[in-house]
Design a protein around this ligand. Structure first.
Ligand code: ADP
Ligand code: MG
Ligand code: ZN
Length: 604
């Protein structure tokens, strides 16, 4: 605002200067001609002068000529004008002869000044212009300095937009944060009991699970000022800017305490120090150091709580996690079934649902979905409902949306020859039949040969929320993934590229079993390989081999054995159920999609 104002003044000034210049130029056209005193005398003696006005102090003669023109004559070198005229022959007689009038202009106190000002004004304006330009340039420098100002947005707790009501499925985290809010509301209560205030709360969890949302809810509930800034906003092109922004942010916060400072995506500044590619003293490191300094700097009665969020706690600098800094960790994890149910409730608010919609079932069918996925799912369902001109969102929209979110949109238009359709049908049927016949596989929820996203067809298991995997389950799952390939071989005696994706997953899974989970008897309960990551990029770049060539051979051998065994099991399951396989494949070619109940009916 003030900058605009300043700019406005500047333009006004330039405009004024321009007009003055123009004015003077225009004036100069009709500006009075100055002549020497000799010429005045000559004209007077020739009777060409009508009147002469003598300005005060005898400094200037204003001479009116008979032609109507007016000329000036100025005093030069201290020679008195009137006396000179007389000396030059303009005597009383001459004056009388031609009826010339000699007036004496009264002394005007500002007439002279006006003249002086008139000539000085452009100069003043010019000076002013330069002054302002200079100021502007300085302002530029100030702007460079204002880089150092934090860009934190302040939310006050007056009008909460998000409350704890809007966050579901993360009850423990909510509980912890409610405590923090309580603390800010009534610090005396806690201090009286000698409790130390948490200084920093670090929210960790996978993306889209509501960390940012939770912070906004805290802002809404706490009824204290809430400074929100993203880690990446500290970092600019110039070294030192981040640190000064941190300083500014904390200065602001201290003025407004009690308050909350929220640094979102803190990993952008909080990575291990000394890990940057550009040496150890890079910008981010300075910024991080400043954050640490500030956090140590204010004492317990400052009543500032710092919240931060990250989905990469593993790459955070250890110093940030030390007690006295982010001493509370709140895990905001993917919601379980009950959580998903509640999140669904939140996001279907204000959306008309048809009778048959069972959110319980939707929640069951979406294991692994984050809050953001669920929001997306509900939105997709609404769009689908709108597309078929329905007045409310139906269960079929929900189902379709789930599949869309998981596997991408249906591609009914993809041209597939009958021969290919048959292969795809047997491939998918193979997955489904193997999964059905092995005890540890998840129940089949849907089989389809309608292509979606990149996949030609898909078999959707009804997954459960699971935190531990048994070896037996891994083995059955492997067989399930290989069921497609096994069916192709069994029925057509040949294999296709259709199993490429399956094989990739199988290989990864088998490798993890051997090298991560110690599930190979031969190699024992050991982990092989250290994950190496380039901290600066926050990315895994490969695996460090910390085992011998001999062990590497053995690992490869074990992986191969596990996969081959799984393949044999899949094939055997299909041989045993060959009639079911054919039946299902034929049904698929006919109807394209077979759902859970129809599948169960087919399989008995
Ligand atoms: P992140 O953990 O990556 O910061 P966000 O808080 O930005 O995730 O979540 C993105 C969106 O997903 C939110 O705006 C909200 O609509 C939805 N969402 C995520 N988690 C939840 C949750 N636990 N309850 C309700 N909505 C959620
Ligand atoms: Mg976020
Ligand atoms: Zn497959």
């Amino acid at each position: 605002m003030s900058r605009w104002f300043r700019n406005g003044t500047l333009y006004l000034l330039i405009l004024a200067a321009f007009f003055i210049l123009l004015f003077r130029l225009a004036n100069s056209g009709q500006q009075q001609i100055e002549i020497g005193i000799n010429k005045v005398a000559l004209d007077a003696r020739n009777g060409l002068v009508k009147s002469i006005s003598v300005t005060s102090g005898d400094t200037m003669l204003r001479v009116k000529l008979t032609s109507g023109d007016e000329v000036l004559s100025r005093k030069e070198a201290g020679v008195p004008l009137l006396d000179t005229l007389a000396q030059l022959g303009v005597t009383e007689d001459v004056i009388d002869q031609y009826g010339m009038k000699i007036n004496f202009e009264p002394e005007s106190p500002w007439g002279n000044w006006m003249a002086i000002l008139g000539s000085l004004l452009p100069l003043l304006l010019f000076g002013g212009l330069i002054f302002f330009l200079f100021r502007q340039a300085q302002g530029g420098a100030n702007q460079a300095l204002s880089f150092g100002k934090s860009k934190a947005r302040v939310l006050s707790g007056d009008k909460p937009t998000v409350t704890f009501e809007d966050v579901a499925g993360v009850e423990e985290a909510k509980q912890e944060l409610i405590e923090v809010v309580d603390f800010l509301r009534e610090p005396e209560k806690f201090i009286a009991l000698g409790a130390r205030i948490p200084k920093g709360v670090l929210m960790v969890g996978p993306p889209g699970c509501g960390k940012t949302l939770m912070a906004r809810a805290v802002a809404g509930e706490a009824a204290v000022p809430f400074f929100s800034i993203s880690g990446s906003e500290f970092v600019e092109m110039f070294v030192g800017v981040g640190a000064s922004r941190v300083r500014d942010l904390f200065d602001q916060a201290k003025e407004q305490s009690p308050c909350i400072v929220f640094i979102d995506e803190v990993d952008a500044v909080g990575r291990h120090r000394g890990a940057g590619l550009g040496g150890s003293h890079d910008e981010r490191e300075q910024t991080l150091n400043q954050i640490l300094v500030e956090m140590d700097g204010f004492d317990t009665d400052t009543n500032i709580i710092i919240m931060a969020a990250t989905n990469r706690p593993d790459i955070l600098d250890q110093a940030l996690l030390r007690p006295g800094r982010f001493d509370r960790r709140v895990v905001i994890d993917r919601p379980d079934m009950k959580g998903r149910r509640k999140i669904l409730d939140i996001h279907v608010r204000g959306k008309p649902l048809a009778r048959g919609v069972n959110l319980e079932v939707v929640a069951k069918q979406t294991p692994g979905f984050s809050g953001a996925d669920i929001e997306n799912l509900v939105n997709e369902a609404a769009i689908l409902a709108a597309r078929r001109d329905a007045k409310s969102i139906g269960m079929e929209d929900m189902q379709e949306a789930i599949e869309k979110v998981i596997a991408g949109p249906e591609r009914k238009s993809r041209l597939i020859s009958d021969e290919e359709r048959e292969i795809i049908a047997y491939h998918e049927a193979g997955h489904a039949v193997v999964m059905h016949s092995l005890p540890h596989c998840d129940p089949v929820h849907k089989v389809s040969i309608v292509s979606r996203g990149m996949a030609l067809g898909y078999t959707m298991p009804l997954l459960e929320d699971r935190h531990l995997h048994h070896k037996a389950k891994f083995e059955d799952d492997l067989a399930g993934f290989l069921g497609g390939r096994a069916a192709e071989e069994l029925i057509f005696g040949d294999v296709t590229t259709g199993a490429g994706n399956d094989l990739e997953r199988v290989t990864k899974m088998a490798r993890s079993m051997v090298t991560q989970y110690g599930m190979s008897k031969k190699l024992g309960p050991l982990q092989f390989g250290e994950k190496e990551e380039l901290v600066f990029l926050g990315k895994e770049i490969g695996e460090q081999r910390n085992y011998s060539e001999a062990v590497a051979r053995e690992i490869d051998f074990e992986i191969k054995r596990i996969v081959t065994e799984a393949y044999e099991r899949a094939k055997n399951a299909l041989i045993e159920n060959k009639d079911k396989l054919t039946e299902l494949a034929e049904r698929l070619m006919e109807a394209e999609t077979v759902d859970a109940s129809e599948f169960e009916a087919l399989m008995v």
